[in-house]
Design a protein. Structure first.
Length: 184
């Protein structure tokens, strides 16, 4: 059966570098894997008062149902002020509740951070991993994926340059067996 991998992009920007990297990773998945880009920009901020009968925002329900239908996750995110952008953290929180009904539980994940800066989103990468430990998302440890200087890694054709694409392929090639080994 085809494996459905959800892509969560931490930037909501139309011309996001992270979206570009996510699309490139999706294009490198092998046969038998399908990428689904999950919208996170329309999720109201998590508020327990809303998570009650008759009050749950439609976008939360849509998001939770979509994530339930996934087999694994790829998170591609920028770093905002040395941490995870609020939109992505909010998506993790929305999916984690109601208590005991987390849609993340036990499915494997991959973390990729992307920045024009040299530190390549290291802070966001590890803050995200901290939440994923608690959410019980087994996450690929090696190779780590920090893409720095992304603005220099886009060719004149608007695509990610071959070297970086090759690196992303090594990440996918490591993630696929990790995913298989950690899938329920
Ligand atoms: C609020 C904000 C905070 C940022 N903080 C960081 C940061 O801590 N580290 C970093 O490398 N880049 C930081 N940046 C720059 C982003 O890496 C840059 O805008 C990047 O292009 C965002 O990813 P995107 O192209 O996918 O939207 C920040 C940008 C914004 C808007």
């Amino acid at each position: 059966m085809t494996k459905k991998i959800g892509f969560f992009i931490g930037s909501l920007r139309k011309d996001s570098y992270n979206k570009k990297v996510g699309e490139t990773i999706a294009s490198l998945l092998p046969a038998g894997y399908e990428a689904e880009f999950i919208e996170i920009g329309d999720l109201p901020f998590y508020n327990e008062d809303l998570d009650t009968d008759g009050n749950v925002p439609a976008a939360w329900t849509r998001f939770r149902n979509e994530v339930k239908g996934l087999d694994g996750f790829v998170f591609v995110t920028p770093e905002y002020n040395r941490s995870v952008p609020a939109a992505l953290k909010n998506a993790l929180d929305v999916g984690s509740r109601p208590y005991g009904q987390s849609v993340w539980d036990g499915k494997p994940g991959l973390v990729v951070t992307v920045s024009p800066g040299a530190i390549a989103g290291f802070g966001a990468n590890h803050h995200l991993r901290q939440s994923l430990v608690f959410l019980n998302v087994p996450t690929l440890q090696q190779p780590e994926a920090y893409i720095g200087g992304i603005h220099t890694l886009i060719g004149e054709d608007g695509e990610i340059v071959a070297d970086t694409k090759g690196f992303l392929q090594t990440i996918v090639d490591a993630f696929v067996p990790f995913f298989e080994a950690n899938s329920k």
